[in-house]
Design a protein around this ligand. Structure first.
Ligand SMILES: Nc1ncnc2c1ncn2[C@@H]1O[C@H](COP(=O)(O)OP(=O)(O)OP(=O)(O)O)[C@@H](O)[C@H]1O
Ligand SMILES: [Mg+2]
Length: 556
């Protein structure tokens, strides 16, 4: 496991009032400076994973499983840190992942840099609230300026859409297959796009299921026009291929319901037992009768199916799949246009799904998989990922999730900004110019935000081995007015490390990702700078006092 050791960077003040806990306390300037050190340490960990020439990290987690990735969030999730400030930076990248899905590396790197540029001000006795206020003022200006630069995008312009998703995947390990992943991401997102009360809703988390099947080639991966379940039909003699099936979905058990709490049945005669069995049989026969009245070809249930029910259904030529997960059943319902029913007596004909073209169970490797495909209007889908090994597939899945998020963001908020550090440089140049109009003490921290934003192009240049100072100076010159109207599009080609116009390179990013990155990073840095006291009062487990100061704390 990657362990971040910060113990050398700060010292704790021991709080003698504590009894058997080793409560620790730091306050004032020292607390702020150790927070800054912690933030910088976290951002140093993942700095090398930014951009198209990113390095991967190999992480062995607590349970012993291995992760190979360059996804900021996936790395930080596994890092074991003890400092509270480092923890909160890690939390940031998780927030970013949940909010917009991409930019999780950038946000941690930027937050670390924002903390680091604050250090001189604190050392010069500037009050943290002054710094924080300037940071927020700069943030407002930065967000407004980014919105001004943003270029509107037509969601039907497939070429541009592909370019954006491609530049998101371009920084990933899988970029060699980016054409395929871009196609998959866009078509999956378009499949689940829905309109509710005139609002576009794209719920990729619920309705796009990524299934990884080791084996085969990565090129065999595809989006199904329907869904796949890792299930086989329940009895061997049932049909495994049905064209245009009538699909019935239920979430109730097709077996005799066992009584919930302790129930006593006293049987005195042989015939009582027979009566009991007959009651069960009647019940099952009745509910199966309800089902068969609607002539389904395929029955999917989330619960169990008794032997008798199976027999009756098989006799009526119905294929049955049982114990399907609720989430899977929901996707099937959307894909085939069915409604999941809970009471067999309440089924109406409209509940039966008829939208699917083909139901087929196929064997891949050693397992059987159910495919329900060829759907007319599948508003849910399964993405089938094939590939050599589990580790590779896991990384492909993470990359695809980023791509899905970007595709979704751009459909919901069709505005884009130039990538490759161009937008950060443009905003930085704007903030620097603006800071000249400020006459009070906040001008310096305001300008510091501008220099912190430059961390993105600087890191991109560093990671591809360019001459950082020369490239950055050239870039600054372009943005400082040397580039005219088009200055905002100048950024760094993350592969060759030269200064280029992002419109020719075609690296674009959704506006929402960038504004969210800046907001999250500034807010986190500001919050950490405001802290002037760190008290950690973890109690030590008894008997674990081994050396490292443990024994000392226990003395009365
Ligand atoms: N070909 C390229 N040339 C230059 N910069 C690029 C290129 N492709 C992407 N970038 C830039 O790389 C940055 C994104 O890098 P990366 O995807 O590694 O990190 P992230 O998006 O912050 O985090 P993650 O993807 O891990 O959640 C963006 O600033 C983007 O503009
Ligand atoms: Mg990214």
């Amino acid at each position: 496991m990657l362990v971040l050791g910060l113990s050398g960077a700060y010292s704790f003040v021991h709080c003698p009032a504590a009894t058997d806990t080793n409560a620790k306390r730091e306050s004032g300037r020292r607390a702020q400076l150790t927070n800054i050190a912690a933030g910088k340490a976290v951002s140093d960990i993942i700095r090398t994973t930014l951009g198209p020439r990113a390095m991967l990290k190999m992480i062995l987690d607590a349970s012993g499983s291995l992760t190979l990735t360059n996804d900021g969030n996936a790395i930080l999730r596994e890092v074991d840190v003890s400092h509270p400030a480092a923890k909160s930076i890690i939390e940031l990248s998780r927030t970013q992942d949940e909010e917009v899905g991409d930019g999780t590396t950038t946000v941690a790197v930027m937050a670390g840099e924002l903390l680091s540029v604050a250090e001189p001000f604190l050392k010069a006795n500037m009050h943290p609230t002054v710094v924080v206020r300037a940071y927020f003022a700069a943030l407002d200006e930065a967000v407004q300026h980014a919105e001004k630069i943003a270029v509107a995008l037509n969601a039907d312009d497939t070429e541009k859409m592909e370019a954006i998703v491609a530049s998101c995947i371009g920084t990933k390990y899988m970029h060699r297959h980016s054409d395929m992943l871009v196609r998959i991401a866009l078509s999956a997102v378009k499949t689940v796009r829905d309109e509710v009360d005139g609002r576009i809703v794209i719920d990729t988390k619920t309705y796009v299921k990524v299934e990884k099947l080791p084996g085969g080639e990565l090129e065999d991966s595809r989006v199904l026009d329907g869904v796949m379940l890792a299930k086989d039909v329940t009895a061997a003699n049932m049909r495994r291929r049905i064209e245009k099936p009538r699909v019935l979905l239920v979430d109730c058990p097709l077996e005799y319901r066992k009584a919930e709490s302790a129930t006593n049945v006293e049987l005195t005669k042989d015939s009582d037992f027979r009566a009991l069995l007959a009651a069960e049989e009647d019940y099952v026969t009745r509910i199966v009768g309800d089902l068969l009245a609607h002539k389904p070809d395929l029955l999917i249930t989330e619960k169990g199916v008794s032997d008798l029910a199976l027999h009756l259904l098989a006799k009526a030529n119905v294929s049955v799949i049982r114990r399907v997960r609720k989430t899977d059943n929901n996707r099937v319902a959307r894909a085939v246009g069915a409604t999941i029913v809970s009471r067999t007596s309440e089924i109406v004909d409209a509940d039966v799904g008829t939208g699917a073209g083909l139901f087929e169970v196929t064997k891949i490797g050693d397992d059987y998989f159910t495919f329900i495909t060829g759907c007319d209007n599948p508003r849910a889908c399964t993405v089938l990922l094939r590939g050599g090994s589990k580790d590779v597939l896991n990384e492909v899945e993470r990359n695809l999730q980023d791509a899905l998020c970007v595709a979704r963001n751009i459909l919901l908020h069709p505005k884009m900004v130039p990538g490759g550090g161009a937008i950060e440089m443009a905003v930085a140049a704007h903030l620097t110019a603006k800071s000249k109009t400020l006459t009070d003490v906040s001008a310096a921290p305001y300008r510091a935000v501008a220099s912190a934003l430059e961390v993105v192009p600087r890191t991109l240049a560093e990671n591809c081995g360019a001459k950082v100072i020369r490239v950055l100076t050239a870039l600054r010159a372009k943005h400082a007015g040397g580039g005219g109207e088009d200055a905002v599009f100048w950024g760094i080609d993350g592969r060759s490390g030269v200064v280029v116009d992002m419109r020719t390179l075609g690296v674009w990013e959704p506006l929402i990702v960038k504004t969210q990155t800046m907001k999250t990073a500034v807010e986190a840095a500001a919050m950490l700078l405001r802290i002037d006291d760190i008290v950690s009062g973890l109690s030590k487990p008894k008997g674990s006092g081994d050396g490292v100061g443990g024994g000392g704390f226990e003395e009365d």
